[in-house]
Write a protein that binds this ligand. Structure first.
Ligand SMILES: [Ca+2]
Ligand SMILES: [Ca+2]
Ligand SMILES: [Ca+2]
Length: 300
């Protein structure tokens, strides 16, 4: 190897960290999760999570796209009975709710690709290309302030435009191109909080329990198939982000997909292993570079 070549490699390696090399190869670390097949009727959509006690949870960390401080460690459970898919999302956060005011109450969204390669950026390929689209994502969007705790929200398959209780069926091709579904709102949900007094500032966690048909009802919905795989992203808006509530892009989200296998454990690439391998290659190259440099210097 020529000295010049080795110097170029070393300069390149000094400029690129192993983390960014790994992240460029496969993106953020995904989380694998096996959705549990249940018998119809096992899960009741009522905001009470006790019927989920036998179903394992995926632990996800939601971070702020706007780089706001802190993160949310949430638990997600998914079950299906062949015709209906059920979701339970539990988010530790203070109870904070103002009836009729979406921004002063929590909001949750979930994106599943319809024909985009992933749902992380609502159809856009990356944070740097948010106005480009690579396809459509299906969206569940729940503004709790438009409803109340313990009360059924969504439209259970009817078409009403804006969802009852703020639980809406939508789609997007980019973050700037998001629409309500026109054909039907497939979502049914009940949210609650572990507080017993429902006083703003109470500690505890939010419970979001919701379901939908596994089949797409229209082109703007994703399908969830028994034996199939789906990549899912969640977003949470904290009503205490500002004195006036949350801002549109103040949401916290999982940067790596939740990869869901319906009835099986899906395999996901291990980013840490790839980063470790990249680091090992860098150490070897630096060693080779140092040896060549030493040989050249000795020969000069
Ligand atoms: Ca329940
Ligand atoms: Ca729909
Ligand atoms: Ca939809």
């Amino acid at each position: 190897m020529q000295l010049k070549t080795v110097s170029i490699i070393l300069l390149g390696l000094m400029l690129v960290s192993p983390y960014s090399v790994g992240a460029q190869i496969i993106g953020h670390q995904a989380t694998a999760y096996k959705a549990t097949k249940i018998t119809s009727g096992d899960i009741k959509i009522d905001g009470d999570s006790s019927d989920w006690s036998d179903i394992p949870a995926a632990d996800l960390e939601l971070e702020s796209y706007k780089k706001l401080p802190g993160e949310y460690k949430i638990d997600v459970k998914i079950a299906y009975d062949g015709t209906t898919v059920y979701f339970l999302v539990e988010i530790p956060d203070e109870y904070f709710f103002t009836a009729g005011n979406p921004e002063m109450s929590p909001a949750l969204a979930m994106a599943t690709p319809i024909n985009a390669s992933e749902g992380a950026h609502m159809g856009a390929p990356s944070e740097d290309n948010l106005d480009k689209s690579e396809g459509f994502v299906d969206i569940m969007h729940w503004e709790t302030g438009l409803g109340e705790h313990g009360v059924v929200a969504g439209d259970n398959g009817t078409a009403t435009g804006k969802g009852i209780g703020g639980l809406d069926d939508e789609f997007a091709s980019t973050p700037f191109d998001r629409h309500d579904d026109v054909g039907e709102n497939g979502w049914t949900g009940v949210w609650d909080h572990t507080t017993t007094t429902y006083t703003n500032g109470d500690a505890g966690k939010y419970i979001f329990e919701y379901s939908r048909s596994m089949n797409a009802a229209e082109d703007t919905d994703a399908s969830y198939k028994d034996g199939g795989e789906s990549e899912i992203f969640f977003a949470y808006w904290n009503p205490q982000e500002t004195g006036d509530g949350w801002t549109a892009n103040g949401h916290y989200t999982n940067e790596g997909a939740l990869v869901v296998g319906f009835g099986f454990e899906p395999s996901v690439p291990n980013l840490w292993l790839i980063q470790g391998s990249v680091l090992a290659v860098i150490v070897i190259l630096i060693g080779v570079g140092g040896y060549v440099f030493w040989k050249k210097k000795k020969a000069a």
